[in-house]
Design a protein around this ligand. Structure first.
Ligand code: MLT
Length: 266
């Protein structure tokens, strides 16, 4: 497994394909495997970089709290290590929160943004309180508490009905993440800033994707985000929930390909 040393930690990553560099940023509580349906399918035209964020999979899981800014600095360090000056950032959900933090700190390193099933707002007080309650449960019960809290909401109704295999595969993979990393990321999400004021300052081509059945970051939020970013366009993915790239890979990949051809990539 290739890895880079960044800021004293080890980040496990993969690079696959030829073409425009796309740095894929996974959501919570997932891992770089989230992007399996993209990297091979898009390999002709896309140089995909996938990475386990700190706290996940094969990467180091130092004690938290983590922050979105820290995750973004890790990714910039990875780009430096790989000699990549500018990349398209593709972030799903928490990956989108990180993409916003990255753009805010290092806009010159960003060639375009793909924001999938994510939101620009901070947590409401209620959502924040729920994160801290979940942290307490993870401390007592381990990663299972996070899997139980998230799994029922991540996949859309169609996938839950028609793809029990995917539900089970997801459960197994989510269970593999260590408690310390889950807690660190939950703290980062709870404390993340609102990005509404950032939206009109975004100056790179942006595509927003959302599963029509996403109940975590629903289409209305995606519409608001698209309206706020100059020139951004929204693509809604039918028969998919919050993990639209995994649930409807063909439609998702088609939208990515179309976007990258406009950016001057694939
Ligand atoms: C994610 O998919 O990354 C999380 O569901 C996002 C969140 O809980 O806000």
């Amino acid at each position: 497994m290739p890895f880079a040393r960044v800021d004293g930690i080890r980040l496990v990553y993969d690079v696959y394909g030829q073409g425009v560099p796309v740095l894929w940023i996974h959501g919570f509580p997932l891992g770089r495997w989230l992007w399996d349906p993209q990297v091979r399918a898009l390999a002709d035209g896309v140089r995909s970089i996938t990475v386990d964020l700190r706290g996940v999979g094969g990467s180091s899981a130092p004690e938290g709290p983590y922050t979105m800014e820290q995750f973004a600095a890790d990714l910039r360090g990875l780009m430096d290590a790989l000699g990549i000056e500018r990349a398209v950032l593709a972030g799903l959900s928490m990956g989108g929160y990180i993409a916003f933090a990255f753009y805010a700190a290092y806009p010159e390193r960003v060639r375009g943004l793909i924001l999938a099933d994510t939101r620009h707002q901070a947590d409401t007080p209620e959502a924040r309180a729920n994160r801290y309650a979940l942290i307490d449960r993870i401390r007592q019960e381990g990663p299972r508490a996070a899997v139980e809290a998230f799994l029922p909401r991540l996949l859309g109704a169609t996938t839950q009905r028609e793809r029990p295999d995917l539900v089970e595969a997801l459960r197994r993979k989510m269970m593999a993440n260590p408690a310390v990393g889950l807690i660190g990321a939950l703290q980062a999400m709870a404390e993340r800033p609102d990005r509404t004021a950032l939206l009109p300052t975004i100056r790179v081509p942006t595509r927003i994707l959302v599963g029509e059945e996403d109940v975590v970051t629903p289409p209305e939020v995606a519409q608001e985000m698209a309206a706020g970013i100059p020139g951004a366009r929204l693509v809604q993915i039918p028969r998919a929930g919050h993990l639209a790239n995994l649930e409807a890979p063909d439609a998702f990949n088609e939208a990515v390909r179309a976007f990258l051809s406009e950016v001057g990539g694939a």
